[in-house]
Write a protein that binds this ligand. Structure first.
Ligand code: DQA
Length: 141
């Protein structure tokens, strides 16, 4: 199964970005872990990150056309991008929304996700392990 692991703005700076909240794992290490977990579980995993909303939306369109599964950390877009949500709503495969931090224990503006209502499932607060668990779920569903 093809799985796109898509990451939104500022996640390319993982490992140095607010490490008390997001942890010490670098984006490169996160991407490597996702590909490795995918291989071990029979998934064809492709990991991407962008700070540009139009690029994320075009990746979601392509995933919809391919009927691929998506693991998405929409980062800040989670909280306000109706355009990203609308693209997610068009997907034809499962969508797992992942957040490194528990957005519900943070600032109030992070408590609501505009994406969750169109996601298959949501994982928040488990750090990079959330990505691993999302992939294991996709491998077994
Ligand atoms: C995040 C949480 C968002 O509120 C934030 O804007 C991010 C990362 C997370 O993974 O915990 O950039 O999605």
């Amino acid at each position: 199964m093809k799985v796109y692991v898509l990451n939104g703005p500022n996640l390319g700076r993982l490992g140095t970005r607010q490490t008390d909240i997001y942890g010490l794992t670098s984006y490169a290490d996160l991407a490597g872990m996702c590909v490795r977990v995918g291989k071990e579980n029979g998934l064809d995993v492709e990991v991407r990150q962008t700070d540009a909303e139009h690029e994320m939306i075009s990746w979601l369109h392509a995933a919809a056309d391919e009927r691929a599964a998506v693991v998405l950390n929409p980062a800040a877009w989670t909280h306000y991008s109706i355009a990203v949500r609308d693209a997610c709503a068009m997907l034809n495969g499962p969508l797992i929304e992942v957040h490194l931090s528990n957005i519900h224990t943070r600032e109030e503006f992070r408590h609501h996700s505009v994406v969750s209502a169109v996601a298959t499932g949501v994982i928040a607060g488990l750090g990079v392990d959330g990505y691993r668990l999302a992939l294991l779920h996709l491998a077994t569903r």
